[in-house]
Design a protein around this ligand. Sequence first.
Ligand code: BT5
Length: 251
Amino acid sequence: MSLLNPRILRFDSIDSTNLEAMRQARAGAAEGLCVVAREQTMGRGRLDRSWQSPKDAGLYFSIVLRPRLETSAWPLITLMTALAVRDALLRSSGVRADIKWPNDVCVNERKLCGVLAETVDTKIGPAAIVGIGINLKADSLPPTVYDLATSVEAVAGVKPDSVGVLAELLKAIGERYDLLQSPQGSEHTIREWCANSSYAFDRQVRVALENDTFEGTTRGLEADGALRVETAGGKMRFVRAGDVNALRATR
Ligand code: BT5
């Protein structure tokens, strides 16, 4: 998918770019429609959590995709997007970021970006709504997330050029999405993810599931993107939803 000339809907303020992209998809929007807002009043994370989205402090972006993928491969869209964000940050701002399973892009264990991929049924078939929030400015993060977040400005030491970040993001999503849908695309995406995430192998983590918490060592990804975690008792568990946190830092 070439995103060199995408259709971008821009808003000064909106509830959530994901919600708007979902509304557009339901109304028949084609693949590649993008929504960008200067501020979100109801920015969303996973599991009904919120994404702090102060005005002009970050990039708040969503895109409508209509993937030609087996349903089992749809979770790879989140991993592909995190890779695209990593590419875009490197090319636009020289920032080297880590990827934390499944949807965080971090620097020094602090969250620089979150990805929220959702699915929606529409008259012309199922769509994936992929939302990306990237903190750009250093001084705008609210106290609630101050300790766990960072921004491109804080990491790069200069004010980021948001137009340049968006341009690289569109390019990187186009490339990574094409690769994911090509023959062997799933395997390729998983290999690339493992090569670019310090969480892929041999990382001591605590996994928080909806009704359970356990610790173990990461052992790569399953074909559908699930994180393999080996417990102290030698049992392999496959994490498909939940939060993963490192027990100690490596980078
Ligand atoms: C995410 O959820 O990280 C997905 C965030 C996706 C945001 C984008 S912005 C454009 C699009 N439109 C939307 O409405 N959403 C998407 P999760 O893994 O559940 O993490 C949420 C948690 O991250 C919160 O509970 C906070 O602890 C933390 N958090 C909230 N705002 C943050 C921020 N600006 N920077 C860093 N961490 C933040």
